[in-house]
Design a protein around this ligand. Sequence first.
Ligand SMILES: CC(C)(COP(=O)(O)OP(=O)(O)OC[C@H]1O[C@@H](n2cnc3c(N)ncnc32)[C@H](O)[C@@H]1OP(=O)(O)O)[C@@H](O)C(=O)NCCC(=O)NCCS
Length: 172
Amino acid sequence: MEIRALAEADDQSRFRSGDPDLDRFFARFAGQNQFRHFVGVTYVALDGARILRFATVAPGHVEIDRLPAAARRSLPSYPLPILRLARLAVDTSAQRQGVGAELLRFVLGLAVRMAGDVGCVGVVVDAKAGAVDFYATYGFVAIEAVEGRSDARPEPTLMFLSVVTIRKALKG
Ligand SMILES: CC(C)(COP(=O)(O)OP(=O)(O)OC[C@H]1O[C@@H](n2cnc3c(N)ncnc32)[C@H](O)[C@@H]1OP(=O)(O)O)[C@@H](O)C(=O)NCCC(=O)NCCS
């Protein structure tokens, strides 16, 4: 299933992840954030005309002292560029079939491209409580805080995965 950037003609209204906040963000804000404000890009995969999953990303930065000690080593001590995975969700009809993992791998690939094109030390995700274990499976570790806190309640757990680790995993 092709993963591509959200298009203005797409219909986000039928998507249901089981999390009303995520669905509301997708239906109301993903498009205007991307097409009008340029603050992030949402990637989607469709089955026919129906969107079955989405991931919203934006560039950001992280203070070095927030990173896990292993990731800090030999990095300069100014704010470091990251790719922020702001939201990721799969329609309930397609959950637990491996498609969330596939979309996450696509986002990790974006971070590697960003690293090569403009610089990026890793991916930071705002993980909702129920998804912390999902991200931990792929090597994300909890970090304390990044600029631009979420207004979601309960506040999500910020988690980090370095581009060094992603590149090693891709090389096998
Ligand atoms: C969390 C979510 C994105 C996972 O996507 P998915 O397509 O259902 O997950 P996958 O089928 O790709 O699962 C990949 C692996 O992660 C595991 N996994 C999936 N969801 C998990 C969860 N919530 N907690 C722990 N592990 C999870 C699966 O068991 C699978 O493991 P396996 O490879 O050993 O079998 C999806 O269930 C979802 O959209 N949930 C509601 C919204 C949400 O919580 N989004 C995250 C916000 S940050």
